[in-house]
Ligand binder design. Structure first.
Ligand code: DON
Length: 578
């Protein structure tokens, strides 16, 4: 071996010692950090592929997307096909009458953010969900008044029109076929349908009829067909957005509104427009994250959390009190700002948005954190302006185009109202507005005037579809999840688990998560995910600790042989690659 070679070998050994060993040690520490009570260790559903990858909350829908990629479609074609397929196979959240956000990064490096969030109908008023005593009612959650003007069809078609390579028929036919000829119900889908039957019966006989067969929940293994939905999807395939926003489907929506005292009009439908926004660009320890700009709060809130955490330098070990405290305090501060300062940029001036994304502002927030004790969330002043169920899918194609999409009806099965004769559920997105500024919504979020109801306005969202580039600027990860406000903190955890804690993506997705949203002033921990001694220490530092769980992360990461897709073990989805 020449000297030259010997010194090269020594150098590479040094590189192993400096980089690889710490990463391996980190990963080992991490696995040890999950307590034995943590039920998801090693249970993420994983697929690998050399060319392309799709992961979604429904295995059937992921296969639809994978086949579109194999047929020569790009990531946007596949995402649009998955979006329509989820409306058929994942009715609790997949939809054509909800809304969402799509982050796109094409292989040439350009990133795009599509906002197809629902809007308040023209007849909506600020206090429409308050009773005589000024108290919020549940009409923003269930029933005909709960729906915003649907954005999903216009959004998916706008993305397809701008970037798709295949025809509209090619990307919609798989969904139409699944609705018309049926798909096989799995146990996850069965449990989901069984859990909602009572609610559907209460609000919509048409919904109860659609999601049962002869009055019974369709059993796992049985074929489930939705002929009305197939007709609606065919109208969209044949006439484009007019097939939904005009014509017989639009008339069916308006008739449904009249049947149940809703206010969405033909003019609201015909006038709905998705919007292309400037994606938010966050940097974290040399990585770049493209995430969603308002009308979602996702990117800005994620950015503030990451910017606060970045300044702590190397983070304390996963699962430790020190880490959970720092994260909770960062999340508390980010959500305090989110709840006061963010709303629809087309209606409100978001003067604090640049601050929420600046490193200096984050440094001030970090300096305010007491490392030994919780800082109580300040009381909420709703007048300050200045100063479940959702679903996510991720797609990467063989050229390296990437799509990260989160879409929702809001609550599981939306407003529980189905458009009679047209076979699809309506959203209950109006609850994401501050129906009563200063009072909690369905997710306990306390929000202000900046997110009050106005006709035509978009309700603030927490959806955080994100795309991560490594320090060399290469596409590294695509990530997102459902979960109301916990969406933001879940996406934070997956990103930080990979970058800070050296976890593999399956570990990063399966790992127990924590959430803080300022109000209620409590840390929420995944049940069984953290050691009792850590919980006791957090309480001693002045935190209130509660336990829950949830989420359904769908993420893709670059690996040596191509792409690894990971579907959260908390949900019923799967990844499919080739
Ligand atoms: O846009 C939002 O923030 C909510 N409508 C998301 C709802 C949600 O994620 C429910 N899923 N578990």
């Amino acid at each position: 071996m020449s000297i030259h070679h010997r010194s090269r070998a020594a150098l590479s050994l040094l590189a192993v010692a400096l980089f690889v060993l710490p990463a391996a040690r980190l990963a080992a520490q991490t696995a040890a950090a999950f307590p034995s009570t943590w039920r998801y260790t090693g249970r993420a559903r994983v697929a690998e592929g050399a060319h392309g990858m799709v992961t979604s909350g429904s295995a059937v829908a992921s296969v639809v997307g994978r086949d579109i990629l194999k047929a020569g479609g790009n990531a946007v074609d596949a995402a649009v096909a998955v979006g329509f397929a989820l409306a058929v196979t994942h009715a609790e959240a997949g939809n054509i009458a909800g809304g969402g956000y799509m982050m796109i990064r094409m292989q040439d490096g350009k990133a795009y953010a599509l906002d197809y969030r629902e809007t308040a109908p023209a007849k909506a008023t600020r206090d429409m969900f308050l009773d005589d005593k000024g108290q919020p009612t549940d009409k923003s959650v269930s029933g005909h008044l709960a729906s915003g003007v649907p954005g999903a069809v216009a959004g998916l078609l706008a993305a397809h029109q701008r970037f798709g390579k295949l025809s509209r028929a090619a990307v919609m036919n798989p969904a139409i076929q699944l609705a018309r000829d049926g798909f096989v119900v799995d146990s996850f889908h069965y449990r989901s349908l069984a859990s909602v039957q009572q609610r559907l019966k209460l609000y919509s006989p048409a919904a109860a009829a659609q999601y049962s067969v002869n009055g019974q929940v369709p059993l796992p293994g049985s074929l489930f067909k939705q002929p009305d939905l197939a007709r609606t999807l065919a109208a969209i395939r044949d006439q484009g957005r007019d097939g939904f926003y005009k014509g017989w489907v639009a008339r069916a929506i308006v008739a449904e509104m009249q049947r149940g005292g809703g206010i969405i009009s033909a003019a609201d439908l015909a006038g709905y427009q998705p919007k292309w926004r400037e994606p938010l660009r966050i940097t974290y320890r040399g990585y770049t994250i493209f995430s969603m700009s308002p009308s979602s709060s996702g990117g800005a809130t994620l950015g503030l959390i990451l910017n606060i955490m970045e300044g702590f330098g190397p983070l304390p070990p996963f699962g430790s009190t020190a880490l959970l405290h720092r994260e909770s305090e960062a999340m508390r501060r980010a959500f305090t700002d989110r709840n006061r300062f963010l709303g629809d940029p087309d209606f409100e001036t978001l003067t604090m948005l640049p601050s929420m994304l600046s490193k200096d502002y984050a440094a001030k927030a970090r300096a305010d954190i007491n490392l030994a004790h919780a800082t109580p969330t300040p009381p909420f002043d709703p007048s300050i302006k200045d100063g479940p169920n959702t679903t996510h899918y991720s797609v990467v194609d063989a050229r390296g185009d990437a799509v990260s999409t989160t879409t929702t009806l809001n609550n599981s099965y939306g407003s529980a109202v189905l458009v009679t004769g047209a076979g699809f559920l309506l959203n209950d997105e109006m609850d994401d507005f501050a129906a009563a500024p200063g009072k909690p919504n369905m997710y306990g979020l306390v929000q202000g005037e900046i997110n009050a109801i106005k006709p035509g306005k978009r309700m603030l969202s927490a959806m955080t579809p994100s795309i991560v580039l490594n320090p060399r600027g290469e596409l590294t990860m695509v990530v997102g999840t459902p979960g109301g406000p916990t969406i933001i903190t879940q996406v934070y955890h997956v990103i930080s688990n990979v970058i800070d804690h050296g976890m593999s993506l399956p570990d990063a997705v399966s790992a127990p998560r924590q959430h803080h949203q300022a109000l209620p002033d409590e840390i929420n921990l995944n049940t069984g995910g953290f050691r009792q001694a850590v919980v006791d220490s957090l309480k001693a530092m002045g935190h209130t600790v509660t336990f829950k769980g949830g989420g359904d992360v769908q993420a893709i990461i670059r690996i040596a042989k191509g792409w690894q897709g990971v579907s959260d073990p908390r949900g019923g989805g799967a990844a499919a690659g080739y």
